[in-house]
Design a binder for this molecule. Structure first.
Ligand SMILES: NC(=O)c1ccc[n+]([C@@H]2O[C@H](COP(=O)([O-])OP(=O)(O)OC[C@H]3O[C@@H](n4cnc5c(N)ncnc54)[C@H](OP(=O)(O)O)[C@@H]3O)[C@@H](O)[C@H]2O)c1
Length: 249
């Protein structure tokens, strides 16, 4: 089995938090040639821009996961850079979690719909648009990966123990939906040697995770990347933590 991570990787939500840490850590790996670092407002992505200035592997792309025009343009730009080669890894990382408006007692239709749109519809449309590139260079020995960044909040079985941040129920519902999507993709794309997994990265100190989280974001990113390098076709459809341990659906 070959290391499935690289040479070409795409990360959504790459301007801050875990997405930025992924780009930072992936850019240090010698076998990674291209990192497509997607964010919705490149002009405001200062840290990412600075990182890319010192590392020619990093290509910053504008991609609001709710915007089809952005998606179309991003696919064209990735195709141009790859010049006939395939994409090896798609990390569906961008997501949202609001502090209010998504509680069961205070349900705001717009806020609920936005969680669905960003956290489920976005990853589905992005994987769909990049599928031809993910299929291109994948084989049994080196499958392409779709990594859906999920959460322990997305476990239906453990919902009672895990609870919900700020009483936001939309977030966990969307991550459970994302996990279901992982299962569908793992069935539908296994013949094309595409492995789809859901991964809980741990509770991390980011804007979403807050400063109360026990783990530094770099630690989370590094252990996810380490685990991804050991993924094989046998892992297709799994929901795992950042060390590769099974999580309950
Ligand atoms: N932090 C944790 O403890 C934790 C735990 C479990 C799972 N996770 C998961 O890990 C992933 C990263 O979380 P994080 O902690 O890094 O969150 P974060 O600090 O809040 O960052 C969220 C990222 O998603 C982007 N994003 C939001 N809406 C978007 C849209 N419509 N289009 C494109 N990008 C959009 C944000 O971009 P803008 O800057 O433009 O808003 C930002 O880059 C998420 O999937 C999250 O659910 C995190």
């Amino acid at each position: 089995m070959k290391n499935p991570v690289g040479p070409a990787i795409l990360v959504t939500g790459a301007n801050r938090g875990l997405g930025f840490a992924f780009v930072q850590e992936l850019s240090k790996l010698s076998f990674v040639d291209h990192i497509f670092a997607c964010c919705r407002t490149p002009s405001k992505a200062n840290a990412l821009t600075e990182l890319a200035e010192n590392n020619s592997k990093i290509h910053i792309l504008k991609l609001d996961v709710e915007n089809d025009d952005d998606l179309k343009e991003a696919v064209q730009k990735v195709e141009k850079v790859l010049n006939g080669k395939g994409l090896n890894v798609l990390i569906n990382n961008a997501a949202m979690l609001t502090e209010s408006g998504a509680e069961y007692k205070n349900a705001d239709r717009k806020i609920l719909q936005q969680h669905m749109s960003v956290n489920i519809v976005g990853p589905i449309c992005i994987a769909s648009a990049f599928l031809h590139l993910l299929q291109k260079d994948s084989d049994k020995e080196k499958p392409s990966l779709i990594v859906n960044i999920s959460s322990d909040c997305g476990s239906v079985k453990d919902a009672i123990h895990v609870g919900s941040a700020w009483g936001n129920i939309a977030y966990g519902i969307t991550k459970a939906g994302l996990n279901q999507y992982t299962r569908y993709m793992s069935m539908n794309e296994s013949n094309n040697h595409i492995v789809t997994i859901s991964m809980h990265p741990g509770w991390l100190r980011t804007d979403m995770g807050t400063s109360s989280a026990p783990l530094a974001v770099e630690e989370g990113a590094n252990s996810v990347i380490e685990t991804l390098q050991k993924i094989t076709i046998n892992d297709n459809g799994r929901f795992m933590d950042r060390h590769g341990k099974d999580m309950n659906f």
